[in-house]
Design a protein around this ligand. Structure first.
Ligand code: ZN
Ligand code: ZN
Ligand code: ZN
Length: 398
């Protein structure tokens, strides 16, 4: 999802401070009154170091993005002040953080070195590396910083950090799956409230998107991160940004929204229709629903990722709409709304127990409407556990 396309009027409902991070939510806050998710960050760092050896890496630098909270519980503020966590094979990891942000870091399991406004954090972090190291860099580190590192250490070989971090993050532990399950159930409750509580006809897409964000927060999310409401022809644009189109009788409306609960994302899509659907709408919807079922049914350990895409796509092709299914079938989900593994033709990686991802086939008829049905699925020993359970039927709204 495009994270920033629709932070729909969030300030009205919550104060989503970009600094209230993923990891802090997991480790410190007690969001549901009793339950607290704490992860064993030390064990994760040990696994990471083993993975770094396998990949021939001397060091890994993590900055903004979800890798850092995965390994530390701390989410860096994205700014021109560098935060960087330096993990080397030889010594203990060090977090370099701007002095004024150091109080945000929970004390714990790694060394924190605060740098002052007059320090050069790139030089400080680079001093822990050797001239000819092979160093991986978190995918989301700003290029401005990476270029400074590259200039400081011209003989280092640079690699993308996700080569190693995805190997760990892709396989969720039971606590992570439970967090994703809770987020999924929360959006399921929103979906269930839509027909009785939300009015569509005569209102703008952005107003409906605003209501969805409010319901998402009401059902326990910490942040409503995105919301697509695509009515009529706008639904044929899969990542449509809700706008001023007034929803009218007969419109098919794609609602795709989600947020973060205890750091973990929800992401679900249902398609509604305002008033009685015509036969084309019913036909397309049932093809997409069958594709969603086929995709989920294909999930099992050892099955290549691309096979889930093939299973879902085949149903839509057989129904005659293959050319109108214009995106991959799904994406991994966790601390990020889109992460590995991707369910797309060409990805031969076998699914494993603990992988979590969306199954979201869609059909998009330009100038007319779109239909998408999206569920989050966990791969288990027995096959799929579909975390979303809200009705997938074409629901008539008013
Ligand atoms: Zn999407
Ligand atoms: Zn979605
Ligand atoms: Zn999705």
């Amino acid at each position: 999802m495009l994270r920033d396309i629709a932070r729909i009027g969030l300030s009205i409902f919550s104060a989503p401070d970009p600094s209230t991070g993923l990891g802090e939510g997991l480790s410190r806050r007690d969001l549901n009154g009793s339950r607290k998710v704490a992860f064993d960050y030390l064990a994760r760092i040990e696994r990471l170091k083993a993975m770094m050896s396998t990949h021939g890496l001397d060091a890994l630098l993590l900055s903004v993005g979800a890798d850092l909270p995965y390994f530390t519980g701390y989410e860096a503020m994205a700014s021109e002040r560098l935060t960087v966590f330096v993990i080397t094979n030889g010594s203990d990891p060090v977090l370099f953080v701007p002095e004024l942000e150091a109080p945000r870091v929970a004390d714990g399991h790694f060394e924190v070195r605060a740098w002052s406004e007059l320090d050069d954090p790139v030089a400080m972090a680079a001093s822990l590396l050797s001239a000819d190291d092979v160093v991986a860099v978190g995918d989301h580190m700003w290029s401005a910083f990476l270029m400074r590192f590259a200039k400081t250490l011209p003989h280092v070989e640079w690699r993308p950090g996700s080569e190693v971090t995805r190997e760990l993050r892709m396989r969720k532990d039971p606590e992570e799956i439970e967090a994703l399950r809770q987020a999924a159930h929360a959006v399921d409750r929103v979906m269930a409230r839509i027909p009785s509580e939300l009015r569509f006809a005569g209102r703008r897409e952005r107003e409906v998107a605003h209501d969805l964000a409010a319901l998402t927060l009401d059902e326990g999310h910490d942040v409503a991160e995105f919301g697509i409401v695509g009515a009529g022809p706008n639904g044929a644009s899969p990542h449509h940004e809700p706008g001023d189109r007034v929803i009218t009788d007969g419109d098919v409306v794609v609602c795709d929204f989600g947020g973060r609960l205890q750091g973990y994302f929800s992401d679900s899509t249902r398609t509604f229709v305002v008033g009685e659907p015509d036969s084309l709408i019913t036909e397309v919807h049932s093809a997409v629903l069958d594709a969603n079922r086929a995709g989920r049914a294909a999930v099992a350990p050892g099955v290549p990722c691309q096979e889930i895409d093939r299973a879902a796509r085949e149903v839509i092709e057989d129904a005659g709409y293959g050319e109108l299914f214009i995106h991959r079938t799904g994406h991994g989900i966790g601390l990020e709304v889109h992460e590995h593994p991707y369910l797309v033709k060409g990805n031969e990686m076998p699914l494993e127990v603990g992988m979590t991802f969306s199954v979201e086939p869609g059909v998009y008829l330009p100038g007319r409407f779109g239909v998408r049905i999206e569920d989050i699925v966990a791969c288990t020993e027995r096959g799929d556990e579909t975390l979303n359970q809200a009705s997938r039927e074409l629901v008539i709204v008013s």
